[in-house]
Design a protein around this ligand. Structure first.
Ligand SMILES: Nc1ncnc2c1ncn2[C@@H]1O[C@H](COP(=O)(O)OP(=O)(O)O)[C@@H](O)[C@H]1O
Ligand SMILES: [Mg+2]
Length: 308
């Protein structure tokens, strides 16, 4: 089972990014995940949007050195968040082996994502402050969460460099925390060497790639809403069971539910496994198919009448 934790699982919108509240949120996440780890090989992926933005701002405060590039900040956030998740899981699952794996995720320099930054990172600013920051720091900015945020390129993940290691960990029963923040974005040069790039890979798509490549049976996309709603921002039409075609037809919000839906579709289409989108606290019931939005390759067959 591959479980992807939303940024919301670590820091709720509007909540300060202080370490105490992140520890409390991560402890709740670990309580929700522990039952899965007792019965399945569990791999945990997670977002890093708020944290990587904070690290970027902190890196700029030290003016004698150039701000660190986003691949380095991604690695930093994988360590930071990975540590919090690993420590919380360890407290829930005494005796279990758990490892956080720095994960490099290969992207293509030809990816259209590089020409069109879409991924919001860091805090929400008022419009005038955001415009000033865009000018002085040469950021791209876009409206998000009622204000404006820095946006960076988000190319599609194509290959997980540490996949063989991840497979070994899973096969050995180790709970691996990986592909944090979508992983460290790298490109492969003509000589085969990997080098970091200025981007933040979408964590839902990276988790789907990990799940597909490992041949996972299920991909759980865990967030702060109990399902995908057909009438969003209304909540009258929670979708229970859908096919990839039905989900894609909804044209979901590109900055939030869209990537989760796309990640679910890609995993289901590639593997025939089940993907579920729903609330983190419901993780065990999501896996059991009892709640949330369940994405399957085809609609469940109507019950067959028994031949006499
Ligand atoms: N159709 C929809 N159904 C449910 N939630 C939606 C829908 N469209 C957009 N959303 C938003 O998507 C959010 C989850 O995505 P996101 O904010 O990216 O969280 P995460 O950090 O978990 O990736 C929900 O909190 C909700 O505000
Ligand atoms: Mg998201």
């Amino acid at each position: 089972v591959v479980a992807a934790l939303g940024g919301n699982a670590l820091a709720r919108p509007g909540e300060k990014l202080d370490i105490g509240s992140q520890r409390a949120n991560v402890a709740a996440a670990a309580r929700a995940l522990a039952p899965l780890a007792r019965e399945h090989q569990l791999i945990v992926a997670h977002g890093n949007g708020p944290q990587v933005g904070l690290l970027a701002l902190q890196a700029e405060a030290y003016t004698e050195v150039e701000p660190y590039p986003l691949d380095v900040l991604s690695a930093q956030s994988e360590g930071l968040i990975g540590y919090l998740i690993e420590a919380a899981l360890r407290n829930q699952l005494p005796g279990r082996e758990i490892a956080t794996l720095l994960t490099q995720v290969e992207v293509s320099l030809d990816d259209p994502g590089f020409a069109r930054p879409t991924k919001p990172i860091g805090p929400v600013y008022g419009e005038s402050q955001a415009r000033e920051l865009a000018r002085t720091r040469r950021w791209s900015i876009a409206p998000d969460r009622g204000g404006f945020r820095r946006v960076v390129p988000s190319p599609a993940p194509q290959r997980i460099a540490q996949l063989p290691t991840l497979r070994r960990l899973a096969d050995a029963g180790v709970i691996a925390v990986c592909a944090g923040g979508g992983g460290i974005p790298v490109v492969r040069g003509a000589d085969g060497a990997l080098s970091g790039v200025e981007a933040v890979v979408d964590k839902d798509l990276a988790a789907a790639l990990v799940a597909s490549e490992l041949g996972a049976g299920a991909l759980l996309l865990l967030t702060d809403v109990e399902a995908v709603f057909g009438d969003w921002p209304g909540t009258a039409q929670p979708l229970a069971g859908v096919t990839p075609a039905q989900l894609r037809a909804l044209r979901l919000a590109p900055g939030s539910m869209g990537p989760k839906a796309e990640a679910a579709c890609r995993f289901v289409e590639r593997t025939g496994g089940v993907a579920a989108i729903g609330a983190l606290r419901d993780a065990p019931r999501l896996l059991a198919g009892e709640t949330g939005t369940q994405v399957r390759r085809s609609e469940p067959r109507p019950p067959q009448r028994r031949a006499r």
